[in-house]
Design a protein around this ligand. Structure first.
Ligand code: URA
Length: 436
């Protein structure tokens, strides 16, 4: 088999066989096929697209390009959750202890990630001492003992995707539905769970800005997961403004703790209930949404979800005291209130711009080597639909230095539209695909 022929076949609109896809994935992972040939193939895929059969073959080949995590040592149905990412997305911090408190074994691999704030691992590192540096044995032992463990993604999880994603990133071939879906699902399949619940966002702060694109991605990922033998569901939700109020690592942890105490923001609670219900149904802990919702509400009410977070933090070396006293989390030295320049309704908050505010404060990574300040960020006080008077506080900036304030304040004010007419609101949860 020759890479040249594979490129030409795709360039001319042909359908690649499973063998041809396996050949290029394997050869590229081993360094036997050069970047320039794979770049040409990716561009051909970009223009010619992939059929469902090709996309599944690519997903499976990438999933099997490294270790396939064996979670058979964990009792019960393992349910994983994945988010396509957004601004203020602290869902995993709330949802995983809730699901674990309901008896779902949570064995999760997470990343640090580039972007506006850190990934779930960075956020968890706000707990002094917390580490995700676990061996596979410790990981499995912790899940069996307390029902939850999170470890960093190992280098050998879907290494083909790692190489391919980095190449697509510099060759303008990221935004192809088959390539995105296979990239995400190859990692999820390799991470070993029996069922996968996907949190797909849409709107200005999401990877998929248009709802139709988010739906197409969700449908493709659900199909791939089910074809690979894992029960898969996707919840599509709004990311046209930040989720909850807090954006920034320790600030989001604090909001997650409040949510586990029953004082969460409406949108975050709604999302955790929707995703959590699907996790409980997929994990055989509830027959339907009504039963699942009841169980999820009960673990908030009786404090067991909050206690589960504390147990989990302690099991991974962190200070569980910070769960009960969030004052022990990292705190920024400079606090500044952003005041409204006008009276009216908040009709829009450019979500990606709020993310950039957090990045400018030092709360996210611009490159994978950037260091991150866990204490900084921005806490919104008014969200879309709120009526504000001139001089009301719109948001509070948490910064490491006063020199950062002027630029971030200006950016935040530009991101907020205030109008005299009340804005129309779309439902927060747009759709559930593959619902059981
Ligand atoms: N996230 C991924 O993991 N892969 C993509 O291709 C796009 C987003």
């Amino acid at each position: 088999m020759r890479m040249y022929d594979i490129i030409m076949k795709k360039r001319n609109g042909g359908e690649l066989t499973g063998e041809e896809i396996g050949f290029f994935v394997d050869g590229y992972t081993k360094g036997e096929i050069p970047d320039y040939q794979v770049s040409a193939l990716m561009m051909a895929v970009y223009f010619r697209k992939m059929t469902e059969r090709e996309t599944l073959a690519l997903t499976m080949a990438m999933a099997h390009s490294g270790d396939m995590l064996d979670l058979s040592g964990i009792d019960g149905i393992k349910v994983d959750k994945h988010s396509t990412g957004g601004v203020g997305d602290k869902t995993s911090l709330v949802l995983t202890p809730m699901a674990a408190a309901c008896g779902i074994p949570v064995a999760k691999m997470s990343g640090r990630g580039l972007g506006h704030t850190g990934g779930t691992i960075d956020k968890l590192e706000s707990f002094p001492g917390f580490s995700t540096d676990l061996t596979t044995e410790q990981f499995i032992r912790n899940v069996n003992r307390i029902g939850i463990a999170i470890m960093g993604q190992t280098a050998d999880l879907a290494p083909a995707d790692k190489k391919l994603y980095a190449l697509r990133d510099v060759t303008a071939t990221v935004d192809n539905l088959s390539l995105i879906a296979s990239s995400i699902m190859s990692k999820k399949l390799a991470a070993g769970a029996d069922a996968i619940v996907l949190d797909v966002k849409t709107g200005s702060g999401a990877f998929m800005k248009e709802e139709a694109d988010a739906r197409a991605l969700a449908e493709e990922m659900v199909r791939l997961g089910n074809d690979a033998g894992r029960t898969t569901v996707a919840v599509i939700s709004d990311m046209d403004q930040p989720l909850g109020y807090a954006v920034g690592n320790a600030l989001e942890v604090k909001e997650a703790i409040e949510t586990l105490k029953g004082n969460g923001p409406e949108d975050l609670v709604e999302l955790c209930m929707a995703l959590g219900s699907q996790m409980l149904i997929a994990g055989g802990k509830a027959a339907d949404t009504e039963e699942a919702t009841g169980k999820l509400q009960a673990v908030i009410r009786d404090g067991s979800a909050l206690r589960k977070l504390a147990e989990f933090v302690e099991a991974q070396g962190g200070d569980p005291g910070a769960v009960y006293d969030p004052g022990l989390l990292p705190k920024a030295p400079v606090i500044h209130e952003v005041k409204s320049p006008a009276e009216g309704y908040i009709s829009h908050i450019a979500c990606d711009e709020v993310g950039i505010c957090s990045l400018l404060l030092g709360g996210g990574r611009e490159t994978k080597d950037s260091t991150i300040d866990l204490s900084v960020g921005i806490v919104l006080c008014k969200k879309v639909g709120a009526y504000v008077k001139r001089g009301d506080t719109l948001a509070v900036i948490h910064a490491d230095h006063e020199s950062k304030l002027a630029e971030v304040e200006k950016r935040y004010l530009n991101a907020c539209a205030i109008t005299s007419a009340e804005p129309a609101r779309a439902p927060f949860i747009r759709e559930i695909i593959g619902r059981q």
